[in-house]
Design a protein around this ligand. Sequence first.
Ligand code: PEP
Length: 281
Amino acid sequence: LGRHRDDRRQTGFSYNDVHFDQDNLNVFAGLCAVDTPEHVEIMMKSLADHGQTCTRMGAYKPRTNPYSFQGHGEACLPYVFELAGKYGIRVIAMEITHESHIEEIDTCLEQLGRPTGVMLQVGTRNTQNFELLKAIGRQKEYPVLLKRGFGITLNESLNAAEYLASEGNANVIFCLRGMKTEAGQPHRNMVDFAHVPAVKRLTRMPVCIDPSHSVGSRDSSPDGIPDVMHATAQGIVAGANMVLVDFHPRPEKALVDGPQALTMEELPAFLDDVALCHELW
Ligand code: PEP
């Protein structure tokens, strides 16, 4: 995936009628964790109403605390995929934490007649889970969203992407999601979106930003604009190709990361701002 390997090769790929490359922008707004079919439907419908064809939906959640909600896993896949099909959602970014989840997703999609597509997400806690990366790299059906490791060097995270490519899957998007450091306060992580152009220069991968997990709260500045939106704007102006962002119909009821989710009422303004920032490229 490194540019030095062959500069003339295409940077992008298409999957399920959605194109990804270093020159365009796709928004994946959605639920950090699937909780109820009702919330999934509200989310999908709002996205469709605003012309969106991609989303994020967490079924398998990697939690720091073993007693926290771990996600509905395989059980929620049928209604997530059916509702995506109903509302014309073409690609769902979905984290997997074990290679067996690939088969669970694949089997469910197949049984339903493939109403939607899935981009397999590798979370920051698994950036150096090399056996998982190799297993994901061996399959070529699904593209991959690889998160930067929160406590390793950029180069080490880029090497993790090479694990995917070296096994045969080069349809990889690299996601910046902030770095763990006390210096990042008041945000959950130190926002690292200044690295967007650097990753685009160093590799052929489209670059995603995750403002929700970088900032970690819905706090707003005195201008009333949430920090999540400020961070999004910075990332897009820097050239980001994808935005992974948490929304929830009732953040106070969310089972994972509710405090950082934007509300459905904020979706139109968020999308307008994204479009405005994209024009500044
Ligand atoms: C997520 O996107 O749901 C997530 C857990 O992100 P990260 O791996 O960046 O913490």
